[in-house]
Design a protein around this ligand. Structure first.
Ligand code: FAD
Length: 634
């Protein structure tokens, strides 16, 4: 028997004008009549059984009213899916907060750039940041830094609005250098401030220097009687208007030694210049005008300060993928529900062949984003001095998941067209916000430049590692605040990717595996020469191919852990094969590509295995079944 929720959802789907009638009648496409299976076919039952294993995949979905709802987060179908009761409680209360606020006010506040004091009051009242962002031992009994819990909160904030996510994210960044510091009294102060509901900021960027943090010119000038005066300006600093502590990066004038120090945005000497952005968030330019600093305010200096800057970004950049996942999920529900209710030329829009393809691709890409980001969390939580694989997987979350998010929104927007401009739609804000994630905390380029450093060892020097299970266990992610020197990336080893690729004998996984073999041969027999290795443009194109291999590996690992059905995995690798071909064409077209490299690139271009029946099954049972599954309360 379906659950009550299932009845409600199915009722809405099938009974209204909006209802997409798949499963009850033939589907007329532009050119053909596609077969539609009976609702409870054997295959459906098999799918349903396979998908039961997914209950824990979406942290917030209840026992299966419909398969797809279990993969995508749905605020209307929450259950205690994460093993930690506290994070489930926080999730439930956060959803209740936003649904009570309602879409109209959410959009009004966005349009009018209202500072989100209501959200911060909620955070303070429920001690959300205090619980999730205080490492074990510094806060209450339920406080710990547990990345699997952070994923839950990241996703729900992205789902409702990037500005809410941003104040949380820059608090995470601001706390990084504090929790990495040896300054115990300051850590205790930060824990107390968190408990009181404070927010934090990360003062790294400067107007003139962008990604080049070597050039930092915020100065900490030693004073004859002891202590220092901080002098300089910072730019693009989120929460700069309200942060209780701004972890500020600078250097000592004579030695050039780097230093991190704590600044209070409310003290004299801190000059808030302006909000650089026209958004609800406050992304500050601020000056420190001889702001007094004592030794008690110092967080770290020298190599420790440098490492704290990079290691904080290592942790923080992971969250950006989740913001993209949250945004895409909400936009997906809106787009699908709108398109399903629309008829043109006496035909459902969702029956146009190109619209089907766009929804299939959007869904497969979104599920892949989530599978990869979830799996990367397992490695992040298992990291140690002997296992630094997260240093590859995190930049992939940062650049790949977020750029996939852009593609998902592009696909959906092409379907809903004018509707995506309407001021009352969440979608309208999604089209703007999704663009931010690939650019912040290191651009796509910076992250691919980092990723290619791992390519040699990844392909040619694998190592044995104990298997990493799903990591939802209630432990503190202590290593993240003790990551040590940021050097030696080229020496980091990885487990053999071929094991994951051998785990599913599916047509598109096989084709993709062949493409990987060709790319490996490319690297052996036609590796970029010295000049190409200095040509960032060429390396970025090659890096896209490598990134795709890593992406597919962790998707497959998680497909195994989470019992993702074959149909969906093959559908994901359908777009992976096409993407690999596209990236190969890019490398082929580079001005410096050699004849040998071009030949390998041509060999990399493959056609994905076409299986209409599979695509139709995925479309019916997992994508179009989400019509009407979620709409935000007005
Ligand atoms: C809304 C918003 C909020 C922000 N919040 C904060 C914050 O709270 N705290 C904070 O410290 N910063 C913050 N930032 C700054 C943000 O992290 C930087 O914008 C980002 O790191 C990139 O710097 P840039 O945009 O100035 O690009 P630039 O560094 O000027 O880059 C110019 C171009 O060079 C490329 N490039 C640069 N270096 C490399 C490289 N090594 N390899 C290959 N290509 C390269 C880039 O990809 C880009 O195409 C924020 C920015 C914005 C817009």
């Amino acid at each position: 028997m379906p659950s009550r929720a299932a009845h409600a959802v199915i009722g809405r789907t099938g009974g209204s004008d909006q209802g997409h009638r798949h499963g009850t009648e033939g589907v007329t496409t532009g050119t053909s009549e596609l077969p539609v299976r009976p609702v409870a076919s054997t295959r459906d039952n098999l799918n349903r059984q396979a998908l039961r294993g997914l209950d824990f995949l979406s942290f917030g979905s209840e026992a299966p009213p419909r398969e797809s709802a279990m993969i995508l987060f749905n605020p209307k179908q929450l259950s205690a899916a994460h093993p930690d009761p506290k994070v489930n409680e926080i999730l439930r209360k956060t959803v209740a907060f936003f649904e009570a606020k309602g879409k109209r006010r959410l959009k009004d506040d966005d349009r009018n750039r209202v500072w989100y004091a209501d959200f911060l009051d909620f955070v303070q009242r429920e001690k959300v940041f205090a619980t999730l962002l205080t490492p074990a031992g510094y806060g209450g009994p339920e406080a710990r830094w547990d990345t699997s819990r952070l994923c839950v909160f990241n996703e729900v904030l992205g789902f409702y609005g990037l500005c809410y996510w941003y104040t949380w994210q820059v608090s995470i960044l601001g706390l990084g250098p504090i929790w990495m510091s040896a300054n115990e009294p300051l850590k205790r102060t930060a824990a107390r401030l968190l408990d009181e509901g404070a927010i934090f900021a990360f003062g790294l960027s400067e107007k003139e220097h962008g990604a080049d943090i070597y050039a930092t010119d915020m100065l900490l000038v030693p004073q004859p009687g002891g202590g220092y005066l901080a002098r300089g300006d910072k730019y693009y600093i989120g929460n700069g208007n309200e942060a209780a502590i701004v972890s500020t990066f600078g250097r000592l004038p004579e030695s050039g030694e780097y230093v991190f120090f704590a600044v209070d945005s409310k003290r004299e000497g801190f000059q808030l210049v302006k909000n650089i952005t026209a958004t609800q968030s406050y992304v500050a330019e601020f000056n420190l005008n001889d702001y007094p600093i004592t030794d008690a305010d110092l967080l770290s200096r020298g190599d420790d300060a440098w490492n704290a800057a990079l290691n904080t970004v290592n942790i923080g950049k992971y969250n950006l993928g989740w913001a993209s996942i949250g945004i895409c999920t909400h936009a997906f529900y809106e787009a699908l529900t709108h398109a399903s209710g629309r008829s043109l030329y006496r035909q459902h829009v969702t029956d146009f062949p190109h619209v089907k393809q766009m929804f299939l691709d959007a869904y497969a890409r979104l599920v892949a984003m989530k599978l990869f980001a979830l799996r990367a969390s397992d490695y992040l939580r298992s990291a140690s001095n002997d296992d630094r694989r997260y240093l590859l997987y995190n930049p992939v979350v940062k650049m790949k998941v977020t750029t996939q998010g852009e593609q998902v929104i592009d696909l959906l927007w092409d379907v809903i067209a004018a509707k995506g401009f309407e001021k009352d739609m969440y979608f309208e804000t999604a089209t703007r916000d999704i663009r931010a994630l690939p650019k912040l905390e290191g651009t796509v380029h910076v992250n691919i430049a980092l990723i290619v450093k791992f390519m040699q060892n990844y392909f040619f020097n694998p190592a044995e590692f104990p298997g990493i299970p799903r990591r939802l266990d209630p432990v503190n992610d202590t290593f993240l605040f003790d990551q040590g020197p940021t050097k030696g990336l080229g020496k980091i080893q990885f487990h053999d990717y071929r094991k994951a690729y051998a785990s599913r004998a599916l047509p598109n996984v096989k084709i993709f595996t062949e493409q990987i073999a060709v790319f490996r041969e490319f690297l052996m027999k036609a590796a970029p020469d010295a000049a190409q290795q200095k040509d960032v443009d060429f390396l970025l194109a090659v890096g896209e191919i490598f990134t795709l291999v890593v992406y597919g590996q962790l998707i497959l690992e998680n497909a195994d852990h989470l019992a993702i059905p074959d149909d969906l995995v093959d559908q994901i690798f359908d777009f992976m094969v096409r993407d690999m071909s596209r990236h190969a064409l890019q490398v082929h077209g580079k001005s410096s590509s050699t004849e040998a490299q071009m030949a390998f690139c041509m060999n990399l271009i493959r056609k994905a295995h076409t299986d209409e029946a599979r695509s139709q099954r995925v479309l019916e049972t997992q994508v179009y079944s989400l019509n009407g599954a979620y709409a935000m309360d007005e």
